[in-house]
Design a protein around this ligand. Structure first.
Ligand code: URA
Length: 293
C-alpha cells in the first residue's frame, strides 16, 4: 500500500468513527442518559466537525433530555419536546370505534373535528391544518404539527421543511405531491413551534386514526420522533427506529427523519438514509398495489 493510500484509509476511518460516535451520543441522549452532557449532545447534534447552521447554536439552550431528540426528530431548535418522556401514545382508536363509523371519509373525520376547542392549541391557531393530498393515496406521510406557514395557509408542509418534503416526493420518488396524503399528529400549531404536549397529542390522535381509516394507505411514513412515537405506541429513539419496518394495525410503517432535521443536518449520510427509507416505502406500496416495476 502506498503512503498516500494509507493516509486516505486512516482519514476515512477517522471520519467513520466520528460519525458513529456522533450517532451514539445522539442515541444515548434520546434515551435520556443523563451522563451525556447536554452541551456534548447539542454539539454533536449541531454536526460536530461538519459545518453546522448557526441557528443550531441555540440547541445548547435546550434541556438535556430533549437536546438530541430536538435535533434528530423535532422540527426546530425552538421545540423542546419536554413531554416526550410521557408522550408515548395511549392506545388509539381506529375506525368503527370512533364517532365516524366503520368506513369514514376524510370529510366525515373533518366534520367531527369541527371548529375544535378540545385542547389549548386552538387558542393560538389561525387555521386547523387537517391534511392535504389524495384521499386514496398508497403512501401517507405523518409529520408532527403545523408550523407558522402551515397555520397561515391551512395546509401541511408548505414551509421550508415542506418544500424539501415536496422535492423528495416529486424529484426523488417521481410522484406528484397530490398523489400522496400528508398530515400531522396535531392539527393546530403549537405555540413557538414547540413539540406538542402529551395531552394535546392524546386529544388529537383519534383524528389521525380517522384519517388513516379513511385513506387506508398501503404504507405510512412517519416524519420525526413524535409521529413515530405516537403510531408505535411508545417513546422511540428516531435514530434507532428509522429505516426499519413496523406495523400500524396491519399497515406497514416506515419511520424516517423529519425534513426539518434533514435541513439542519444536511449531510450526505442523512440524505442517503432518508432517501433509502422513502425508496423502501414506495417499493413496498407499489408491491402491495401490484404496480411494482
Ligand atoms: N412540520 C410538521 O411536522 N408539519 C408540518 O405541517 C410542517 C412542518
Amino acid at each position: 500500500m502506498t503512503v498516500g493510500a494509507a493516509e486516505r484509509t486512516i482519514s476515512e476511518e477517522a471520519r467513520d468513527l466520528i460519525a458513529s460516535a456522533r450517532e451514539l451520543v445522539l442515541e444515548l441522549h434520546e434515551e435520556g442518559m443523563a451522563a451525556v452532557p447536554a452541551a456534548l449532545a447539542a454539539e454533536t447534534a449541531a454536526g460536530g466537525l461538519e459545518s453546522a447552521p448557526s441557528s443550531q447554536a441555540a440547541v445548547t439552550a435546550v434541556p438535556a433530555a430533549s437536546a438530541a431528540e430536538t435535533a434528530a426528530g423535532g422540527v426546530g431548535p425552538a421545540r423542546r419536546g419536554e413531554a416526550h418522556a410521557e408522550s408515548a401514545a395511549e392506545p388509539v382508536l381506529l375506525a368503527g370505534q370512533a364517532e365516524w363509523g366503520l368506513d369514514p371519509s376524510l370529510e366525515d373525520v373533518r366534520a367531527v373535528i369541527g371548529d375544535c376547542t378540545r385542547c389549548r392549541l386552538h387558542e393560538g391557531r389561525t387555521h386547523i391544518v387537517f391534511g392535504d393530498g389524495n384521499p386514496d393515496a398508497d403512501l401517507m406521510f405523518v409529520g408532527e404539527g403545523p408550523g407558522e406557514n402551515e397555520d397561515r395557509r391551512g395546509l401541511p408542509f408548505v414551509g421550508r421543511a415542506g418544500e424539501l418534503l415536496t422535492q423528495m416526493i416529486e424529484k426523488g420518488l417521481g410522484l406528484q405531491r397530490s398523489d400522496v396524503y400528508i398530515c400531522n399528529v396535531v392539527k393546530c400549531r403549537p405555540p413557538g413551534n414547540r413539540t406538542p404536549l402529551a395531552d394535546e397529542v392524546a386529544t388529537c390522535s383519534r383524528f389521525l386514526d380517522g384519517q388513516i381509516a379513511a385513506v387506508q394507505p398501503r404504507v405510512i411514513v412517519t416524519l420525526g420522533k413524535p409521529a413515530a412515537s405516537l403510531l408505535l405506541g411508545r417513546d422511540v429513539a428516531i435514530t434507532k427506529v428509522r429505516g426499519t419496518w413496523h406495523d400500524y394495525h396491519g399497515i406497514p410503517l416506515m419511520p424516517t427523519f423529519h425534513p426539518a432535521y434533514l435541513l439542519r443536518q444536511y449531510t450526505v449520510e442523512n440524505r442517503r438514509r432518508v432517501w433509502d427509507d422513502l425508496k423502501a416505502a414506495l417499493a413496498r406500496a407499489q408491491e402491495s398495489s401490484g404496480t411494482a416495476q
